[in-house]
Design a protein around this ligand. Sequence first.
Ligand code: PLP
Length: 488
Amino acid sequence: MSDQRTSFHMTPDQFRKHGREVVDWIADYYERIESLPVLSRVEPGAIRAALPADPPRDPEPFAAVLRDVDSVIVPGITHWQSPNFFAFFPANASGAAILGELLAAGLGVQGMLWATSPACTELETHVLDWLVDMLGLPPAFKSSAAGGGVIEDSASSAALCALLAARERATGLRSNESGCDGRLVAYASSQAHSSIEKAVKIAGIGRANLRLVDVDEAFAMRPEALAEAITRDRAAGLVPCFAAATVGTTSSNAVDPLPEIGRICRAEGVWLHVDGAMAGTAAVCPEFRHLQAGLELADSYCFNPHKWMFTNFDCDCFWVADRAALVRALSILPEYLKNRATESGAVIDYRDWQVPLGRRFRSLKLWFVIRHYGIAGLQHHVRRHVELAQAFARWVEASPRFELAVRPPLNLVCFRHTAGDAFNRELLERLNASGRLYLTHTTLGGRFVLRLCVGQTNTDERHVAEAWRMIEAEAADLEQRGAPRERE
Ligand code: PLP
């Protein structure tokens, strides 16, 4: 033990004091968050310009650091936890998750092996088994069957791990030994998240061997187009190995038809990965589970509690139906990691289920969330978000100047003013510049579309109603100013 008079460390008493200050700071932040502009207004470089050029030579008081959080950091924050945040997909957080995260940091566990913290591994396995039941997922994903779940940092990592397992299954582990021969082919719809393309590049499949399958008028994958593409590739001597389907695409929340896609993949021996990054949380409510019908035909599945399940970033839950296929693809056991528990074969070592070796104790925050809310609490809030988004969609439909771009299945509404792309762009800019809400856009069918996603933890009726009031008022003002209109 070093003498506290000569140590630079924070003492337990200082930690208690500053810890309370930080928790108070966070609680105050949530209380005042609606007064802050949702989208940060700083110019590029502004935050760095406000920071000292050199690091401090001598220790600084904690109060000075917290002061700079207020004066330098907060202006550069886009407030994802504002109830007026309707952009992208949410990355919602909650008190329970934040405290779970704090505890995980406090324990400072690195859970690469079962032996390096049995609770880190076993809680994760257990919570992911719970979620199989909570979300009505196929029983094959349970650890008591041949499958199992793991927490990855992101849906992107889950897709990559699924693809690596698919690659090795298709080549009998040969690509791990001698690389890909350029014949493996992967499939996803043209609406799939860009993480699939990234995974294809990283895994050595190559962008040229990713087929972007056509979609229907609801932006869902056309299964017959998938079947045709696979047939064409086989005829050309290629090896179809992986298909990614999406439940809730990023652009419009489109749901690919899993039963048909699954049957094709099964018949062709193609690994089917299903990405439910945001929409997957909806399955906590039985009435939304029809969206994932056919999931029993998937080899792997993921969704992000860090999007819509009140669990702060990062936390992606990833399941496989055959854990052996994943572990065979990713397992490496150098001498320095060998231990009796691993050799016994009785434990899970999650380092074999992911790309990095080290791993955080992420299940703690998810466990806190599930226990704090209970299934009933999670259902309540998810239902509320869907109800609010559906109400917003009805207001759009009833408006003479706006239209829905597509019927919203859940909590994402894609809509546009009828005056055309330039008008909608201008409208979006003005709304976001107001600081009072944050929306983003996409293109659907080649047209510029506004997206409003209801999923922030504290978003309630008054926020959605106020957003609609502002959108209508801003649009009326733009119309009066004679903003650009296009004939469509
Ligand atoms: N898949 C879908 C459908 C998404 O919408 C997103 C992100 O919004 C991702 C994957 C990537 O998520 P992550 O940031 O967890 O990699």
